[in-house]
Design a protein around this ligand. Structure first.
Ligand SMILES: C[S@@+](CC[C@H](N)C(=O)[O-])C[C@H]1O[C@@H](n2cnc3c(N)ncnc32)[C@H](O)[C@@H]1O
Length: 287
């Protein structure tokens, strides 16, 4: 994992150099160098849950996407640098961050709710997507960990986006239960405790927090491909087996996400699409 962080830095640096000096540092060299860092590819913070696509196309996709604005890249790099990979892997990848920005722009979103803020990177990506949506545009993001919330506040302030982002410190479910009846969001991003997903979803619908054409995006619903294994789970299966699920995530993450996916898919109030990209994105709209 040490090499993972090195390779991440390496990726962004070599990408910058190749853009500034295309002749002295061509893209092909950039990829060759990247390919030497196998650990980069085995990182859990993947571009796609599909290993083939991740291996083959992740770095190529980054290199062929418009770079993020400097203030976003700064928070992304800072989070990777300052946290152990067990924590920094909670942050979305920069490609996914760009997708979140794009979604807001496509929807002309004005109000975004995020449940699960961490260091504020994804909240800043949302802010980038709504920044031209007028005076009432706002990202409200929930974080119950004081340490993360403090860092997020600082990152948001340093990025000059404190007018666009409000950080609610406390339990996400309690926070969204307190919104008054007139509060609605165009995009609601669920990215906190996986055992809470059904409660977040139900509260959003019961309290009418989603605008008529709004979109709920629930992240990590495939969780590295383990969620779909649940029906064939064998506690004694070896790690290499398709029936293996690591013990530490089985009850806490995999079972709740499996139940969430089923719950949403059976719900006649909504239409859903499980997108097998990144770590699995459940996209949900009201009927
Ligand atoms: C996956 S991380 C969010 C990553 C962030 N969206 C990003 O991409 O940078 C999940 C965050 O949710 C927070 N969290 C977990 N349970 C929560 C809860 N019940 N209420 C509020 N925040 C919670 C965790 O402390 C963690 O910072």
């Amino acid at each position: 994992m040490f090499f993972y962080n090195i390779s991440k830095t390496f990726l962004s640096n070599s990408r910058i150099i190749s853009r500034l000096h295309p002749k002295s540092f061509p893209q092909a060299t950039h990829f060759k160098l990247l390919q030497q860092y196998q650990s980069f590819y085995s990182s859990p913070q993947c571009y796609s849950n599909e290993p083939f696509l991740f291996l083959k196309s992740g770095p190529y996709s980054v290199a062929n996407s418009t770079p993020q604005p400097a203030h976003l890249q700064k928070v992304y790099d800072k989070t990777l640098k300052e946290f152990h990979e067990n924590e920094s892997e909670m942050m979305v990848s920069s490609l996914q961050g760009s997708l979140l920005t794009l979604l807001c722009k496509l929807m002309n979103a004005k109000k975004v709710l995020e449940i699960g803020c961490f260091t504020g990177y994804s909240a800043l990506c949302f802010a980038e997507g709504i920044k031209n949506s007028g005076t009432n545009a706002k990202v409200v993001t929930c974080e119950y960990d004081q340490k993360y919330a403090k860092i997020a506040l600082q990152n948001v302030k340093e990025a000059g986006k404190d007018d666009l982002i409000e950080i609610k410190i406390g339990d996400g479910l309690e926070t969204i239960r307190k919104f008054d009846k007139s509060t609605v969001f165009d995009l609601i991003y669920i990215d906190a405790d996986k055992a809470g997903y059904i409660n977040y979803y139900e509260t959003i619908l019961e309290r009418n927090l989603l605008s008529e054409k709004g979109l709920i995006v629930a992240d990590n619903v495939l969780f590295s491909g383990y969620v779909e294994r649940l029906p064939n789970y064998d506690p004694n299966a070896p790690k290499s087996s398709e029936n293996h699920i690591p013990k530490e995530i089985y009850k806490r993450i995999v079972v709740p996400l499996y139940n969430f996916n089923e719950h949403v898919n059976k719900d006649s109030r909504t239409t859903n699409l499980l997108l097998p990209g990144f770590d699995g994105l459940m996209l949900i709209q009201k009927n």
